[in-house]
Design a binder for this molecule. Structure first.
Ligand SMILES: Cc1cc2nc3c(=O)[nH]c(=O)nc-3n(C[C@H](O)[C@H](O)[C@H](O)COP(=O)(O)O)c2cc1C
Length: 189
């Protein structure tokens, strides 16, 4: 699939076929997630892959989101902020969230490229999922990512996105394009 096509077709899909994707595909998506930028190239995220039906049921309850029950796989993204705290102090929390977001997006784009379905799930009971998966108290849960094939009968299109000219400013916050951008020459520097 071409890159633009992947970007333009990625969507949160919540209706899943019962056919189980091969574990290799889930691992490929996890590998893509690990290629995201990270603060100081620290590897602060871990991915818990789950295919146990009972555990998936319990996690779906912890998210209070029915569609998760139908997923043959879940990937739970966890972060360990300790190392980042030592290096980045009060910036660490923000950096980890940004790193997790970049990794999750890589994951979702790879899922799209492999013609699989997923949805970024951020609403859940941390305490309950930590208990179910033996996640230590100092580790944070960043997201729950189902992995499945999309239900065949469903053809999900991407939701409308913001119009490009409403998404940016030129030069300063709030400024729309008025004058041409000044070309910076080497001699100006
Ligand atoms: C941080 C974050 C948390 C989200 N949490 C949930 C969630 O708990 N449940 C859900 O169904 N979708 C969740 N979503 C998916 C968004 O609802 C979805 O991305 C948005 O509606 C845009 O649709 P699209 O992904 O199809 O483009 C979350 C997305 C983000 C970025």
């Amino acid at each position: 699939m071409k890159f633009d096509n992947i970007i333009n077709t990625r969507a949160s899909i919540k209706r899943y076929s019962s056919k189980k994707p091969p574990i290799e595909k889930v691992l490929q998506a996890v590998e893509s997630a690990t290629h995201a930028p990270s603060p100081g190239n620290l590897h602060l995220l871990k991915y818990i892959i789950i295919d146990n039906v009972d555990t998936i049921y319990e996690i779906s309850e912890a998210c209070q989101q029915e569609f998760i029950k139908k997923a043959p796989f879940l990937v739970i993204v966890c972060s360990d902020s300790q190392q980042a705290k030592t290096m980045y102090d009060e910036r660490a929390k923000t950096y980890i969230k940004q790193h997790a977001g970049a990794s999750i997006e890589n994951f979702l784009l790879k899922i799209t490229e492999m013609k699989l379905a997923s949805c970024w799930v951020g609403a859940f009971s941390d305490t309950t999922i930590k208990r179910i998966l033996n996640i230590p108290g100092n580790i944070e849960i960043e997201a729950v990512l189902p992995v499945a094939y999309q239900l065949k009968t469903e053809s999900k299109k991407q939701k409308p996105k913001i119009q490009l000219d409403r998404a940016f400013f030129f030069h300063k916050y709030g400024e729309k394009f008025k004058t041409p951008l000044k070309r910076v020459r080497r001699t100006d520097l």
